[in-house]
Design a binder for this molecule. Sequence first.
Ligand code: FAD
Length: 512
Amino acid sequence: MIKRDGNCVSLWQDTVTEFGSADSMTSSTPYDVVIVGGGITGITTAFLLQNAGMNCLVLEAHNLCFGTTGGTTAHINTLLDVPYSTVEKNFSKEKAKLMAESIKEAVNAIHDNVKKYNIDCDFKAASATLFAQDDKQKDELEKISEATNNAGVRNDFVDEISIPISFLKAIKVPGQAKFNPVRYVHALAEQFEKAGGTIMQQCRVLGADENDYVTIETSKGKCIARFLIYATHIPPGVNLLHFRCMPYRSYAMAVTLKNDSYPEDLVYDMYDPYHYYRTQEIDGQKYFIAGGYDHKTAHEDNQEYCFLKLESHIRKHFDIDKIACKWSSQYYESPDGLAYIGQLPGHEKIYVATGYGGNGMPYSHVAALSLKRTICKEENPYQDLYDPNRLKPVAGFSNFVSHNADVVKQFASKFFSGEDLKELAELATNEGKIVKFRDEKLAIFKDENGAVHALSPICTHVGCEVKWNNAEQSWDCPCHGTRYSYDGLLMTGPASKNLAKINVRELVINEE
Ligand SMILES: Cc1cc2nc3c(=O)[nH]c(=O)nc-3n(C[C@H](O)[C@H](O)[C@H](O)COP(=O)(O)OP(=O)(O)OC[C@H]3O[C@@H](n4cnc5c(N)ncnc54)[C@H](O)[C@@H]3O)c2cc1C
């Protein structure tokens, strides 16, 4: 089973064996492109660039699909979370059309890869259904339908939907699909290696210096490249994009049904947050996947409660036989509804792809196609549409960054003497909590053996305070979505350092 950035096991983790990894960087000369991140974006981009004649290296901090790709629900759709009506309003009809073209090209690219390389990932074509359940949603649906048609994504009103939930009005959009994302990424990674590319796992990128070349510092040494791509879902370090992309957590559950009435379509209601439904067959076994209950990362006190709400919602409408698995994962939303794909603000040779919302399956391929065209100096119709530099710098941004860096330093240099922490005794096994100790806060967690792990709760990115996630057993940062394991090890960026450890046991012994 492959690992993921959470304690819960997703439907996909057990469907592949671990991917092999190169021991060291293979090139003594500069790479053409180093791609950071082994999720669907990194591997697809690397695959396209390598096949275009570039010498590429993929660096992954953990294992392939460790990030959100291992925790997605893998609807491949042209009907996006941010409706075409919103893109029309925020930008223009032309941009909504161009966006639809990019997404259609991406969906076709996935289909073509599956066909060309005979990828065994249970890929299946499907339609999508969006349904309204009250008058307000009905009005909204009519606008969405019109804008979606205007953008060139055909949809029709229908009288029936494929799940047993009552509705007032619904649209159906053909030309969607579903697959096993982890099997797809592993197969594409194999093709990338066959084409001469190199993948190094367990290799974290710590920083990059941009001169004539980009010098990349990693946990396994340095390398040099002409271009660097952060396919890390959110770029590491501190960048304007971190203050624009908002991290969200979404919850999913895969169940088997008693009555075998598994819907073939991808289905969505119109609540905010909305519920999403689909079926996936894996090795002959069908699973009904439902998801929802999204919230801003670390803005929910009890993440287990989100699973309970999801389960009760599924039970209300479907006859569950068994719950196969439940998991949650993180995505990033941009404020204007379009992804950020292109040059990282303030950089020339460093590129980024983020802000996909819940549409990373198509957007990963838009990113791969777009970045490949830009780097290979081909005509790129999507460059301006998704340009991350459409952002204007915010006044006071640099002060904010240095102030927060100071907060981290001050806290890390504090010495905690060994006074009894009352809250330690009150902690249940596998529970984490932020406690106050001598006017300072500590993040503490009690593991299965009763050992208490104490950490600084100050996120090493820009100094926000982390919160305990009781479902995924992680410390999550509410500001920019950095996540740490129970003992403070960095799981997902943008931070690049672990939480500072405070050895409570030693301090107690010292006092005796
Ligand atoms: C619950 C949920 C359901 C979703 N469902 C859908 C869906 O149905 N359809 C859809 O289109 N989208 C969906 N999405 C969104 C989609 O899953 C994501 O947008 C997509 O998986 C992002 O892929 P990625 O490759 O960009 O990032 P990731 O998969 O997160 O990969 C980034 C990788 O970078 C690595 N990394 C990070 N920092 C470093 C570093 N410094 N050095 C080296 N490596 C590093 C990480 O370990 C990770 O493996 C969903 C999201 C969630 C949360």
